[in-house]
Ligand binder design. Sequence first.
Ligand SMILES: *[C@@H]1O[C@H](CO)[C@@H](O)[C@H](O)[C@H]1NC(C)=O
Ligand SMILES: *[C@@H]1O[C@H](CO)[C@@H](O)[C@H](O)[C@H]1NC(C)=O
Ligand SMILES: *[C@@H]1O[C@H](CO)[C@@H](O)[C@H](O)[C@H]1NC(C)=O
Ligand SMILES: *[C@@H]1O[C@H](CO)[C@@H](O)[C@H](O)[C@H]1NC(C)=O
Length: 486
Amino acid sequence: MAANTKCYAVFMLLLPFHIVNCILLKNKHIPINREDTTSYTSNYNYKTEYFTQKVDHFGFVNGDTYQQRYLIADQFWDSNGGPIFFYTGNEGDITLFCNNTGFMWDIAPEFKALLIFAEHRYYGTSIPYGSTAFKDPTKMNYLTSEQALADYAVLIRHIKSVIPGTRDSKVIAFGGSYGGMLAAWFRMKYPNVVQGSLAASAPIWTFREDAECDAFDRTVTETFHKSSPACVDNIKALWKTLNTTASQASGLSKLTEMFHLCKPLKSVDDVDALKGWIQSALVYLAMVDYPYPSKFLAPLPAWPVKETCRPLSTPLSGDNLIRGSVKAMNVYYNYTGSTPCFDIGDSNVPNLGISGWDYQSCTEMVAPSCSTGKTDMFEKSDWDFSAYTNGCLKNWKVKPNINWIETQYWGKNLSAASNIIFSNGLLDPWSSGGVLKSQSDSVVAIVIPNGAHHLDLRGSNKADPADVISARNLEKKYIASWIKSP
Ligand SMILES: *[C@@H]1O[C@H](CO)[C@@H](O)[C@H](O)[C@H]1NC(C)=O
Ligand SMILES: *[C@@H]1O[C@H](CO)[C@@H](O)[C@H](O)[C@H]1NC(C)=O
Ligand SMILES: *[C@@H]1O[C@H](CO)[C@@H](O)[C@H](O)[C@H]1NC(C)=O
Ligand SMILES: *[C@@H]1O[C@H](CO)[C@@H](O)[C@H](O)[C@H]1NC(C)=O
């Protein structure tokens, strides 16, 4: 691939600019206790169910089916008219999103709602044709957002036909990140099935040819700048310092040692991989810059960006800059203190379906991405769609369609849509592709200046800033009004 094409993996949760040919992250399933200060685990009781779905909703030749997993909690539900709160699962194990969407659990009692969390096809345990599908392009062909939305619509019809009392229940969709995009699109495509949607941190306008490719990295940089301007200057200087050090005699082994790497750096490509590993952490840190300790992508302290910037808060250079950066990386990659050495081929996000998202970003979900090295703290890199396409052809034998999302989901013209809340935390780099201004009386934007990636969907916490508390209250008001209206 071109030397200056983005080489780091970011989930949308996942990667906007993924990896094309760079480090393909392993989807390791490391058992981690994800309990955090939002006391979910003890109270979040649900039943796990499976539903037989058609693999292809849009043709009549392929009659294959798969088992779609969904989680259901009826302990708060009033079977006499209570609504259904439906989480449109995104790119990972549905229990991860269930555990990290405390807002639904928090408000279910007052709405007397039935909770359902539906797993997205090709993630978690809901994999058509099993895991061998990932090796066969004809079997991956059914991994699209359209098929996933059809799964959700069909699942809701099924539930309404088998659970007494649900027939006339209003359905409200919830989702964060790609799940938030699905929640919004679900209302747009199936207004007969879903009454309204809360789309949290849903960057629906990132996936278009004319998206500003540097906006994401600019926002990461702004989030770091809010914590410490000196930190941004240090990170800006780091890339060159790494180059300089790497080019010295035995510079590679010096870097290997200073960064406590498991495997020695052997080439310039390895140095690129090291940079990618650092950049991934910086991006994830901005995404999960929550006001309290959390374990969503990795175990982290409260306000982890501030914590990461602590060793980088005075002007540094040379070896001191590298030492400071190593300390900074320990916040993201070693907060528990139990990482003996760093494996730069593994950014350690269990329970997310990396291969599945890699495929999706090679088909529908193309997010142009670049950095200028001036307006952001990253090393300059250009958006190179042809290199991106070549990576997709090589890895998946598919060519991305960069304009399809805009065609299929209305682009910037949402004037025919209704009953959608787009909420965005401004610390979250994905807010750069989100809907930040209300589009009409019923397609409304809620902005949370001190919020990171879908903070509003998380369970309430003593440390919540006032702006997320008022965002949640407003969201509840809209949801109540949708449920009341005919
Ligand atoms: C979610 O919480 C449940 C219950 O504590 C736990 O068994 C499960 O492993 C968690 N899932 C993830 C992905 O963390
Ligand atoms: C570091 O070196 C690479 C080539 O090895 C080059 O592309 C890049 O621009 C350099 N970065 C800086 C900040 O000088
Ligand atoms: C992780 O943290 C522990 C405790 O501070 C430390 O002993 C260890 O060297 C760190 N690991 C790495 C790879 O730096
Ligand atoms: C947006 O879509 C509506 C129909 O839904 C149409 O009437 C209007 O002209 C469109 N606006 C623009 C700027 O294309």
